[in-house]
Ligand binder design. Structure first.
Ligand code: CA
Length: 229
């Protein structure tokens, strides 16, 4: 069972997060003070940290940095201030994710699961050769680059596969089309971001039951795409 540390001084929020995460099968420990939270994060067995920014004792920015110096576990930063999000990005604190309050507890649970799965894959990627991503009937076998939907194999082109696998390896992360284009096509081809749109459309036609209501790759209007975990 994964153990999650919630560092949060607003008890009602901490309890709400705890309830939802416990229902999802996680073991929860709560710290209401920054310094206390950091001590637990560093000294105890913890798999993921949900970290509020405004805290008594020591703020979330400092805690995040201190955890990063010692441990590699996923950290999700939480803030009530939209401005903090820019600061988090700017500081390069090494947070894996950030959420603005108020957020839905379900969304939090989904992100926690996605980060733990991603972390597991990272940690285990050296140990196992059979790297398989499996989400809601979609199975991506990375050892031989094969894709199955409910057991039925789908034939993807090289770039379609690369794009799908990359998105699925980074679930719930929103990627801009430009980022995806750079990542997947690199410098090897002349094209523009419309190439990404075209490939997403082709992938959806192959893996989605209903392309009008995609359940795997979600379009974030005006930004890009994300793989829903
Ligand atoms: Ca707070």
């Amino acid at each position: 069972m994964s153990r999650i540390l919630i560092i949060e001084d607003e008890q009602a929020i901490a309890e709400l997060e705890k309830d939802y995460l416990e229902l999802a099968g996680f073991d929860i420990v709560i710290a209401g003070q920054g310094d206390e939270g950091l001590a637990i994060a560093l000294s105890e067995e913890v798999d993921l940290v949900i970290l509020d920014i405004m805290l008594p004792g020591m703020d979330g920015f400092e805690i995040c940095q201190s955890i990063r110096e010692k441990k590699d576990i996923p950290v999700i930063l939480v803030s009530a201030k939209k401005d903090d999000m820019d600061k988090i990005r700017g500081l390069g604190l090494g947070a894996d994710d950030y959420m603005t309050k108020p957020f839905s507890p379900r969304e939090l649970v989904a992100r926690v699961k996605a980060h733990l799965e991603r972390y597991d894959r990272l940690v285990n990627s050296h140990a196992t050769k059979n790297d398989i991503i499996e989400i809601r009937g979609l199975r991506i076998d990375k050892t031989d680059r094969r894709v199955f939907v409910n057991g039925e194999e789908k034939t993807l082109t090289t770039k379609e596969y690369d794009l799908l696998a990359f998105l699925a390896e980074n679930p719930n992360h929103v990627f801009k089309k430009e980022e995806l284009f750079r990542k997947i096509w690199d410098m090897e081809s002349v094209g523009d971001i419309a190439t990404v749109t075209v490939h997403i459309k082709k992938i959806r036609e192959k893996i989605e039951l209903n392309t009008a209501k995609p359940q795997y790759i979600e379009t974030i209007w005006g930004v890009g795409y994300r793989f829903k975990a």
